[in-house]
Design a protein around this ligand. Structure first.
Ligand code: GLA
Length: 745
């Protein structure tokens, strides 16, 4: 906001304050600020020069009643650190004269509709004494019941202000009890769910890894009010940060038993100096409220992501064959050509050549210790360049994609040898690496340009490329940017992420026809900050189908299936050594953005026949899986089965998946009860993706049920003895089933 408009708003608001008067301490000039979606209300009241939060929850019919309400607010709009602070505030600064406290007062607010679905409310706060401003933005998405919020800080003081803490969101909640669900994990074990009751004090989840957002914790949470979160009932608030750098969220159950949720960029080693006239924009925070449990919360997030926070969210994704797990670094031109040919026979639509295809003149990418950063073709593996493999893809009408990791280089690379000052490196210290990677100094504009040019060059040299897998295999272990002066090092974290976003933005704008996948040692950068620049993410390097059931379940709470790369890999799994049946692996991968990550040549003829049919089956159900609404039926954490389903908007087609997660004789298998159908419609239920030897079921007239019956009674599972005609076959270890539910005319 320009200084002039700040002044205008201030003058108006002070006039307003002057005109208001108090009767027995009651402010008669209270003003409501309503932020509303179809089913929720977030309510603030301007009173006595302050803005307070009175309500966030199911839509209020008469918010005006709050004007007569004499109870306490839930909290302030945005508390700052002050001498009388009782909670850890979202913002704390050192003012230009050294004063540590900030007292915000109301300056003004405005609301405007962006279109028929989206509106934005802006509330300006100013310190009572100092010319320091915080402008809060609330973007409400009506149909999706989503609110996106962020804060701009502005220094109009005469000297330097130091931002010590600069969060983006503060949500106070009042309830009897609070339960926090966290999504923790690491490489090979992302998105594990854990729920705890929040007793008094502060719980924190965070990342301090700089470039990797979601190994440790995903920047997302669920707070359930009064009772533990459940899928279909109860009040929950879900939130997620749109930031791909270090972040922090705190949940403080305070002395008045109110929960104070604070979310934003991590201030860890990250003080930010704000000179006179400068602004600082925090990251965006996305949140929703549901009084119908976590299922509705998820559907709110998914429809918002598909419409507003991902590339081409309504376009179906191709079936991918990725070269990594089938070959690792052991491949050459002829092996890749064979893979493409074999993949084509299975029906794949996109071949992705993963790590190992590049190198310069001096180093070739034979292993992960060399050539990263030298983005020319590896002449040892591809003496003819990529021409021949691309020709093969074209011949087979398959699209072609390629792997890059442009933010990092190896020590053994021509680019590092030419520019040793381009990497993050602490003077005087040993250089710590993960996977032999040096992270580039993205505070340096020359390096930012190099990152953009690296990817552009690969695409320009091979115009047939239509998919880029963009990896990032190391956290920031050496936090010192040679480009910045020694007093500015704390700015590294913020600048890195901002400059990364500017590269990503240029890439998607320059190459609008390319499909981009975000990857970071698997699911290390799965967040709402990176997603807008990508079409999808690689959910995990863990392709063990059993563990994937858990990883994909956790991921599903915030991220839709259209974006979740899920591939069938070989067995025994490289790390877990587990052997799961091919059908189980297909059934698990088919509930996401499906792909294959093994050598088709390793399959037996029978397996190949099954795989080919399964790929076709996926193509048939793809619109339901990728664009449908998700209903989780059974959690893998709660028994020996996991189940989920997708239903199209018209409730005319659905597909359900059931996975056995453990097999113990005597374990109880509940009926699988579909959700989200129309109770008044008749549906035909057909088991699909069946093995040839499986008995055929659900194909007779008896397989027609009313939606009401299906949802209330469900379908029985059989895991031993004789299988009935209407049951779901879950016999044997790692049994699984997929069934299609179609409306009968
Ligand atoms: C990371 C990715 C993998 C693969 C390898 C290649 O680990 O997550 O999918 O691309 O890098 O080195």
């Amino acid at each position: 906001m320009k200084k002039q408009s700040y002044l205008k708003t201030m003058v108006c608001s002070f006039l307003l304050l002057f005109c208001s008067y108090s009767i027995y301490g009651k402010d008669v000039n209270k003003e409501l600020i309503r932020i509303e979606t179809n089913n929720t209300t977030l309510l603030y009241i301007v009173e006595n020069g302050n803005v307070n939060n009175y309500y966030f929850g199911a839509k209020l019919k008469n918010p005006e009643d709050y004007l007569n309400y004499t109870g306490d607010p839930q909290g302030a709009l945005f508390p700052a650190f002050a001498g009388k602070s009782a909670i850890e505030a979202p913002v704390s600064v050192i003012h230009s004269n050294g004063v540590l406290s900030t007292e915000f007062i109301y300056v003004g607010h405005s609301s405007k509709a962006i279109d028929s679905n989206v509106s934005i409310t802006t509330i300006v706060l100013k310190d009572k004494v100092f010319d320091f401003y915080a402008t809060l933005f609330f973007k409400a998405f009506k149909n999706e019941d989503i609110i996106e919020t962020w804060v701009d800080y502005k220094n109009d003081e005469s000297g330097l202000v130091t931002l010590k803490n600069f969060a983006s969101a503060y949500i106070p909640v009042k309830s009897d009890k609070y339960f926090l669900t966290k999504f923790h994990g690491s490489w090979f074990g992302e998105m594990k769910m854990e729920e705890e009751q929040l007793t008094h004090g502060i719980s924190t989840i965070q990342s301090i890894q700089g470039v990797r957002t979601s190994h440790n914790f995903n920047p997302s949470f669920i707070v359930s009010l009064n009772q533990p979160a459940s899928e279909d009932c109860g009040e929950v608030i879900g939130g997620s940060l749109a930031w791909s750098g270090s972040w922090k969220m705190t949940f403080e159950n305070d002395i008045e038993s109110r929960l104070n949720i604070v979310a934003g960029i991590n201030n860890y080693a990250s003080e930010w100096p704000l000179k006179n006239g400068e602004e600082f924009q925090g990251c965006h925070f996305i949140f929703t409220y549901s009084n119908a449990g976590t299922g509705q919360m998820t559907r709110n997030f998914h429809s918002w992501v598909r419409k507003y926070a991902i590339q081409d969210g309504n376009e179906l994704r191709p079936v991918v064959l990725n070269s990594w797990e089938g070959n690792f670094f052991d491949f050459d031109e002829s092996k890749i050509i064979k893979m493409i040919k074999d993949g084509a026979k299975m029906g794949i639509e996109m071949f992705v050549l993963d790590d190992g295809w590049f190198g310069g003149n001096k180093y070739q990418r034979d292993n992960d210790g060399m050539a990263l950063g030298d983005w020319d073709v590896n002449k040892k593996r591809f003496p003819n360049g990529l021409g021949k493999v691309i020709e093969e893809a074209k011949k087979n009408k398959i699209k072609f994609g390629i792997w890059v990791e442009p933010e990092m280089v190896n020590r053994q690379s021509e680019v590092y040898e030419a520019h040793p000052d381009w990497v993050l490196k602490e003077p005087g210290r040993e250089q710590y690496t993960e996977r032999n990677n040096y992270v580039l100094d993205l505070t340096n504009p020359e390096v930012v340009n190099f990152v953009f040019e690296s990817v552009s060059k690969v695409i320009r040299q091979n115009p047939y490329i239509s998919y880029i897998k963009m990896d990032c295999n190391s956290p920031i272990y050496n936090p010192y940017a040679p480009y910045l002066d020694k007093n500015s090092q704390q700015q590294l974290w913020y600048l890195y992420t901002k400059n990364l976003y500017s590269v990503l933005d240029s890439l998607v704008k320059t190459f609008p026809d390319i499909t981009f996948q975000v990857c970071s040692s698997g699911g290390g950068r799965v967040d709402y900050g990176s997603l807008p620049y990508f079409h999808e993410f690689w959910a995990s390097d863990n392709t063990d189908a059993l563990q994937r059931v858990f990883i994909q379940n956790g991921t599903s709470y915030f991220y839709p299936s259209i974006a979740m790369g899920a591939h069938v890999a070989k067995v025994p799994n490289g790390i877990t050594q587990r052997i799961t049946p091919l059908k189980y692996r297909f059934d698990v991968a088919m509930s996401g953005r499906f792909g294959i990550e093994l050598l088709p040549a390793d399959l037996t003829p029978d397996e190949l026949t099954f795989a080919k049919a399964a790929v076709q089956t996926y193509k048939d159900i793809r619109p339901i899986v990728q664009l449908g609404n998700l209903y989780r039926l059974l959690s893998p954490y709660q028994g020996c089965l996991a189940s989920l389903m997708y239903v199209n908007d018209a409730k005319s087609k659905a597909v359900a998946f059931v996975y056995q997660t453990q097999r113990m004789f005597g374990d109880f298998y509940p009926n699988i009860k579909p959700k989200g159908l129309d109770p008044l419609k008749k549906y035909k239920v057909t088991e699909i993706n069946v093995l040839p030897e499986q008995a055929k079921k659900f194909t007779t007239e008896e397989s027609v049920f009313g939606g009401d019956f299906l949802m209330k009674n469900g379908l029985p599972c059989v895991y031993w003895g004789k299988q009935g005609p209407l049951s779901i076959n879950l016999m044997g270890e790692f049994a699984s089933a997929v069934f299609l539910i179609e409306e009968m005319p």
